[in-house]
Design a protein around this ligand. Structure first.
Ligand code: GLY
Length: 404
């Protein structure tokens, strides 16, 4: 009798255990389904996967100032670089963002170590890429840790960057090369470096950085766009008259074509400039660029653009995943200001995320997260390979989606 009682007790215990497991798991699934909306994986689930894959790279790769990951070659080997390269801030920036998601101490330690290498770039006044290098790294570091030394680095970088501002043009000079043919070149990418200047005014109370960034954006708005809201890559100014003399390309298919990453930089840049200035002209431009990008007849069904919207052999042209991730992150910010189109933007980004979660787009070369970006077809480098800035903006977009 005693034995029978024990058996009955064990069966009841087993039954309640199974019931609890079933209830907990259906509750979790329901929560996930609720969050999932149209996504196969939530942004948070994808970020978990990316954090894990980054941690396994860090286990076998110590910080090295001359080996900052930039891209992969077609033979699978890595292209590693130093702080001088315009892409140097993206790897530490990705680590900071993944730390922000996961709270994993090893990611914090690595983010701090890789960020230190970039510090000396705050003195380099031969480049406009100081925002990419120092704000994508130290900017996140400062946001997350509030460290005073990080704040000083951002302020010094802003001081150095505004040395390139020309009063009669109303812009920051982009490149120093090709000086024999371009007197004062300004590229659409340069909009991205303004975020750091606006932040420098917030940090110091000195309005000079904000004023210069604001004027740069206004001049770019006036001269960089065509009637259909696509943008030129390079506008060359005359420093005496301040006039735009020439409109050409460096990385696009032709001077009159729409280089995809350039369209994404413009979309991101004007959305961000609206955040800081509340100038309605910037918001209207961002909305128009978004419309151009989303509704372009050459946009593939999976929402990953070809490297140039006017590339001659579409559909047999390389894609540029980086253009897709930069635009995705921008659209998730624009969704906050352009409420009428909010659900359209979110739906678009969710489709991009679903595409990027497919086997074809997940990079097999660590530490890169995504395959199929294109650096420069005219320059014949980084064609259809993993590139670090595609990853950086992917993680940023996922975090924006998670926090919506
Ligand atoms: N800013 C350089 C590029 O987008 O390739």
């Amino acid at each position: 009798m005693r034995d029978l009682n024990y058996i009955w007790f064990d069966m009841r215990a087993l039954f309640f255990m199974l019931l609890s497991v079933f209830l907990i798991s259906s509750c979790n699934n329901a929560q996930k389904e609720g969050k999932k909306e149209t996504l196969k994986f939530t942004a948070s689930e994808t970020l978990d996967r990316l954090s894990t894959s980054m941690l396994s790279y860090l286990k076998n790769h110590s910080p090295d100032s001359l080996k900052i990951p930039r891209s992969a070659k077609s033979d699978g080997s890595l292209k590693l670089t130093s702080s001088r390269d315009w892409t140097s801030g993206f790897f530490p920036g990705t680590l900071w963002q993944l730390y922000g998601h996961s709270n994993e101490g090893k990611l914090l330690k690595a983010a701090e170590e890789w960020t230190t290498f970039i510090d000396k770039e705050k003195w380099d006044d031969h480049t406009h890429d100081l925002g990419f290098k120092l704000y994508c790294s130290f900017g996140h570091g400062h946001r997350i840790t509030n460290r005073e030394d990080y704040k000083s680095t951002i302020i010094q970088a802003a001081k150095t960057l505004i040395k390139r501002y020309n009063e009669s043009v109303g812009c920051i000079r982009s490149w120093d090369f090709n000086a024999d043919i371009w007197e004062f070149p300004v590229i659409i990418d340069n909009m991205m470096n303004l975020d750091m200047l606006f932040e420098a005014t917030r940090l110091t109370g000195d309005s000079i950085y904000h004023q210069i960034a604001y004027q740069h954006a206004k001049t770019t708005l006036a001269n960089h766009f065509r009637a259909d809201n696509s943008s030129y890559h390079v506008v060359v100014y005359d420093t005496l008259s301040g006039m735009a003399n020439e409109k050409v390309t460096h990385q696009g298919y032709s001077s009159e074509s729409a280089w995809s990453r350039g369209q994404a930089w413009g979309l991101y840049g004007f959305t961000m400039a609206y955040r800081w200035t509340k100038d309605n002209a910037f918001l209207e431009k961002a909305k128009s660029i978004a419309h151009y990008f989303i509704h372009h007849s050459n946009m593939p069904h999976d929402k990953i653009p070809y490297w140039d919207f006017d590339a001659p052999n579409i559909p047999n042209e390389p894609r540029d995943v980086s253009a897709a991730t930069v635009a995705a992150s921008a659209l998730l910010e624009l969704a906050k200001y352009d409420v009428k189109n909010k659900s359209k933007y979110i739906q678009w980004v969710d489709q991009v995320f679903d595409t990027l979660n497919s086997e074809d787009y997940i990079s097999s070369i660590s530490p890169f997260l995504l395959d199929h970006s294109t650096g420069s077809i005219p320059g014949e480098f980084e064609i259809d390979v993993p590139i670090v800035y595609a990853d950086y903006y992917y993680v940023e977009a996922l975090l924006r989606r998670k926090n919506l």
